[in-house]
Unconditional design. Structure first.
Length: 337
């Protein structure tokens, strides 16, 4: 009688395929890994002895890309979602003036698909290059039963460093400081549950699909430079909660924020979403509406700040810091759709 041997592969987990993916990661990260041999180790190493920073402070951030994953699956486009993952982490680090050092990823899937995984990894590598940080480790978990066959989830973790004297905090913000908006590249990685609800019965064009999955702009290069030059007093990454909730996180209690909504340069993708019947209040609370990052600075520094950004991402004034009133954030005029 033939014996029936149970195996891990029969349960839905393919160790050999996972090993192939790890080998692929080792190959493409070899230049960054130096002599530390991180990929495949139990823990990831980073040599901090080379950092020439006085009184270094480590800053960490972890995040995901939300339900933008579902659109990546729906459109079968996976080469940029990894870049979003890196952006969501490093754009938080730079708010405090930290320079990203390294990044780790966690990829959970129902069933490993090597082609798909390589495309996701390509995006992560691109994001790390744009952030000038190293991918030093991660985890890929095949979890049948927890995730459906084609479903997956991503999480990222990044660490940066800043000198204690150069660290940015809201304590530097002063009355009459200006609020500058840096344009976004599009939706970034927030509000996609609402987006998916709005478009669930619509056949989208290839152009519309590309626009919805456009990767999150990474602001590392410009913001780290501004912090080193001490040209800004505070900043805010405009993510979940939109403009409404994020700017006030970088302002002391004794002050409030005046925003002139008519100054915001709204991107076409948000004008399109607005046509589905979304209120202005909901748009501001859910989406970045074209403002991906905000700076708070003294008016004397605005010209120098603007000079370091490429034309597409030139900062522009949308508001000011004032003494605290009843509301923490005060909107004036209306968005120009």
């Amino acid at each position: 009688m033939k014996k029936n041997y149970n195996s891990y592969k029969q349960s839905g987990v393919n160790i050999l395929l996972a090993d192939k993916f790890v080998s692929h990661i080792k190959k493409i990260t070899k230049k960054n890994d130096k002599n530390l041999n991180n990929i495949g180790s139990f823990g990831s190493l980073y040599d901090i002895s080379k950092l020439k920073i006085k009184d270094p402070i480590l800053v960490s951030s972890t995040d995901g890309v939300g339900t933008k994953l579902e659109l990546a699956n729906r459109f079968k486009k996976y080469n940029t979602i990894g870049e979003d993952l890196v952006a969501m982490c490093v754009n938080d680090l730079i708010v405090q003036g930290a320079r990203p050092l390294f990044f780790l990823d966690y990829i959970a899937v129902g069933k490993l698909n090597l082609v798909k995984m390589k495309k996701i990894l390509k995006g992560i590598i691109n994001g790390c290059k744009k952030s000038s940080c190293n991918l030093i480790g991660g985890e890929t978990a095949e979890m049948p039963g927890t995730y459906q066959k084609n479903k997956f989830d991503l999480a990222g973790f990044s660490v940066g460093v800043v000198s204690k004297k150069k660290m940015i905090s809201k304590n530097k913000v002063r009355k009459n400081d200006l609020i500058l908006a840096i344009p976004s590249s599009g939706l970034h990685s927030n509000g996609f549950s609402l987006v998916r609800h709005l478009i669930k019965k619509i056949n989208l064009s290839s152009k519309q699909k590309k626009e919805l999955l456009k990767p999150t702009k990474i602001y590392v290069k410009e913001i780290v430079y501004l912090c080193r030059q001490e040209l800004i007093n505070a900043s805010a990454n405009i993510t979940g909660g939109g403009i409404t909730e994020n700017i006030i996180r970088s302002v002391p209690e004794k002050y409030s924020v005046n925003i002139d909504l008519s100054k915001i340069k709204i991107l076409k993708v948000f004008k399109w979403l607005k046509k589905f019947g979304v209120s202005d209040k909901e748009m501001l609370k859910t989406f970045n509406c074209g403002v991906g990052f905000c700076l708070i600075a003294n008016s004397k520094n605005v010209k120098r700040i603007s000079s370091i950004f490429p034309k597409q991402y030139k900062p522009y004034i949308i508001g000011t810091i004032v003494n605290n009133k009843r509301k923490k954030i005060n909107f004036y005029n209306k968005l120009k759709w």
